[in-house]
Design a protein around this ligand. Structure first.
Ligand SMILES: Cc1cc2nc3c(=O)[nH]c(=O)nc-3n(C[C@H](O)[C@H](O)[C@H](O)COP(=O)(O)O)c2cc1C
Length: 152
């Protein structure tokens, strides 16, 4: 018997742009058969350990990552939650500098030694049709990567 492959999307959004991206990432991930996809606004550190892939969505406000996400990752780090080798990706809407998705990807890659999809997907303000397609592609890419590694 094989366990179901799990993909968790955690995102934050204040004015809805990153939320639109999150829904499209979800749609792309769900287009891959055999993956259990969950989307959340908040998560506990232990939940990160229970999934095969983690995608984080974060808009940039004041050149930084939101507090809840920062706390989640700091807690996971303190509790020594092992995410090594899990697939990771990040995305987010921004206005001019767009640091947050890059900062998150760097944390997933270097602090948690996750197998990350690079580069982070960043979209200026409201995602257009092409932007939403990029989001669906990101979700699909991550889902296909965990499916593939489960078969080898
Ligand atoms: C108070 C405030 C601060 C912001 N700071 C930044 C910033 O430092 N860098 C940046 O690229 N965009 C910045 N933005 C723009 C937001 O990232 C942008 O509006 C984004 O689409 C918001 O995403 P959301 O709808 O998911 O909340 C800021 C916007 C506001 C209102």
């Amino acid at each position: 018997m094989t366990n179901t492959l799990k993909l968790l999307i955690i995102y934050y959004s204040q004015t809805g742009n990153t939320e639109k991206m999150a829904r499209a990432v979800e749609e792309g991930a769900k287009s891959v058969v055999g993956i259990d996809v969950e989307v959340k606004y908040f998560a506990r550190p232990e939940e990160l350990a229970e999934v095969d892939a983690i995608i984080l969505g974060m808009p940039t406000y004041y050149h930084d990552i939101g507090m809840d996400m920062k706390n989640l990752l700091e807690e996971a780090s303190k509790q020594e939650i092992n995410l090594k080798g899990k697939v990771g990706a990040t995305f987010g809407s921004y206005g001019w500098s767009g640091e947050a998705p890059n900062m998150l990807l760097e944390i997933l890659k270097n602090r948690f030694q996750m197998d990350v999809v690079e580069p982070a997907l960043r979209i200026k303000y409201n995602p257009d049709k092409k932007g939403l397609e990029d989001c669906r592609n990101l979700g699909r890419t991550v889902a296909e990567r965990i499916l593939k590694s489960s078969l080898t």
